[in-house]
Write a protein that binds this ligand. Structure first.
Ligand code: SF4
Ligand code: SF3
Length: 512
């Protein structure tokens, strides 16, 4: 049966099957179909340049940025996607393409997983490029897979490609880690204020650290304060960003609470990437909301670009000066900044606490938060874990438990936040170090378990990266991706020990 749209790329998809009338995220069928068309053009263009792609940097950047625009909650602007389609048509000299649907459910499952992984890779690569680090091998991998994926009919081949996605996932997270730490220094333990100051503010959401740096520099003498929102919280952990005294705090929680929290913020809001939630019809903040980079929403203003990578935030700063001071919705502090360099600096203390039995276990709870009720599991799980267990987190999943005030273990906080979802890379570095210190043969022998929450495609590339590194028995929730077929789900269970979540009591019993 032909449906108005067909999208099942995120965790929120209707009945864990597909959005067929309108997306739960707010994407309408017209936009979903434009996005499907763009996806197809990217494959055609990739095929066209694949044999001779070495110096096709312009096309490769176009493909990467387009893939980023397709991520859940990044771009809701029909015009923005239409513009990409026009460019794709001019590159390919094709007036139309037929969106491709894979009829075989097992092939479709793996192709969907791979496409999700490629979107995640594209997002992270795009952030690294914004700070001047580009990897042609990552570009080439993207083009190579897009060029060939429709024609692959063997599950074995797709399993190899999804493993390669994991390889490039590690590579791109490593690149972004290098990019961010070279530009802004290594994250360090930082207490972040969650209350408000007494000056008007600008709230910055999304993942792009270069955007917030440019804003901080341009607003430093303006009398306006800068606040982070959701995935921008880790900006506070970087020495070269935290030196700005008008970077005063983090306002609100994970992305899905924005429609109420943006109302009380009063000042302008800037989206540097996902996750955007469509504002309610009576929202008061739309005319003060800006988007930049690959994210967009109809009615939001754009940040002016002066040259590639250089942005002009003067309009938003001037608008902020006229706004009321933010309304306090919380107060106190949260602590973060436990990326690999900081944790390894504390390695002796951590190892000592493992050896004397004070720390018995680590649970990596990285990934995404989401608005479904069953996400309450993660808060309860964090609360219920025994006192000798440390939670290692990254991504917006942390908002379910980073304000719980769990007791320290000999001065070590029980929730260690490394940063954004891409900073899951830090936990890989830390795990490798512990494996070396304890002279183990296999990373799975460490007292580390993985309970990953996913929502969108960046969590998928994190997951594929962990699988590529050989990490076993990962729990993925709150549900497994809806596009997985029985055969592919069974394969993941048998080969990697992946499982969905159960009740908190059952899972705590499994994790020990
Ligand atoms: Fe549905 Fe998610 Fe697709 Fe939005 S991105 S249409 S919520 S599956
Ligand atoms: Fe969150 Fe969107 Fe995924 Fe970077 S902001 S993790 S959901």
């Amino acid at each position: 049966m032909k449906t108005a749209m067909y999208c099942n790329q995120c965790e929120e998809t209707v009945a864990n099957k597909a959005c067929t009338v309108r997306g739960v995220c707010g994407k309408d069928s017209e936009l979903a179909n434009l996005m499907d068309e763009l996806k197809e053009y990217l494959k055609v263009l990739s095929l066209q340049i694949n044999d001779d792609k070495e110096d096709k940097l312009e096309e490769k950047r176009f493909i990467m940025n387009s893939m980023f625009k397709l991520i859940t909650n990044a771009n809701f602007n029909h015009e923005s996607i239409r513009k990409q389609l026009l460019i794709a048509k001019s590159y390919t000299k094709k007036e139309d393409v037929t969106p491709y649907y894979e009829a075989n459910e097992d092939l479709n499952a793996l192709k969907s997983l791979i496409m999700g992984g490629l979107m995640g890779i594209s997002a992270y690569h795009s952030h690294a490029i914004h700070l001047g680090y580009e990897d042609n091998e990552i570009h080439n991998f993207l083009v190579d897979v897009l060029a060939t994926i429709n024609d692959v009919k063997e599950l074995d081949v797709l399993l190899e490609v999804s493993d390669k996605c994991g390889y490039y996932g590690v590579k791109v997270m490593e690149l972004l880690d290098k990019t961010n730490t070279t530009a802004y220094g290594n994250p360090e333990i930082t207490k972040v204020n969650i209350g408000v100051g007494n000056r008007p503010g600008i709230l910055v959401s999304g993942h792009d650290l270069n955007d917030i740096e440019q804003l901080l520099e341009q607003s430093k003498d303006s009398g306006v304060d800068i606040y982070t929102h959701s995935e921008m919280l880790p900006a506070h952990y970087y020495p070269k960003l935290k030196k700005y005294t008008h970077l005063v705090g983090n306002y609100g929680n994970a992305w899905w609470k924005q429609t109420s929290e943006f109302e009380t913020f009063h000042g302008p809001i800037i989206f540097t990437t996902n996750c955007i939630v469509p504002p309610k019809a009576n929202a008061s903040y739309v005319d003060k909301t800006y988007a930049t980079g690959n994210c967009d929403y109809p009615g939001f203003k754009r940040i002016k670009e002066l040259a590639v990578g250089s942005k002009d935030f003067s309009e938003v700063i001037e608008q902020a000066k006229l706004c009321q001071v933010p309304q306090e919705i919380e107060n106190g502090e949260i602590t973060g900044g436990f990326a690999h360099n900081q944790v390894l600096a504390l390695a002796d203390v951590v190892v000592e606490n493992i050896k004397n039995g004070s720390i018995r276990k680590f649970v990596v709870m990285s990934g995404c938060d989401g608005r479904k009720k069953d996400r309450g599991y993660y808060e309860e799980f964090a609360r219920t874990l025994k006192d000798d267990t440390i939670i290692l987190t990254s991504g917006c999943a942390k908002y379910r438990y980073n304000k719980l005030q769990l007791k320290d273990i000999n001065g070590i906080p029980r929730v260690l936040d490394a940063g954004q979802c891409n900073d899951s890379y830090s936990w890989v570095v830390v795990a490798m170090k512990l494996k070396e210190v304890f002279e183990l043969n296999d990373i799975n022998e460490l007292p580390i378990s993985f309970n990953i929450a996913w929502y969108e495609q960046k969590a998928i590339i994190v997951l594929l990266s962990l699988l590529h590194l050989g990490i076993k028995d990962i729990k993925v929730g709150p549900t497994l991706p809806g596009y997985l077929s029985e055969t592919t789900a069974n394969y993941l269970v048998e080969h990697y020990g992946i499982s969905g979540i159960n009740t908190v009591t059952e899972d705590i019993a499994t994790f020990g």
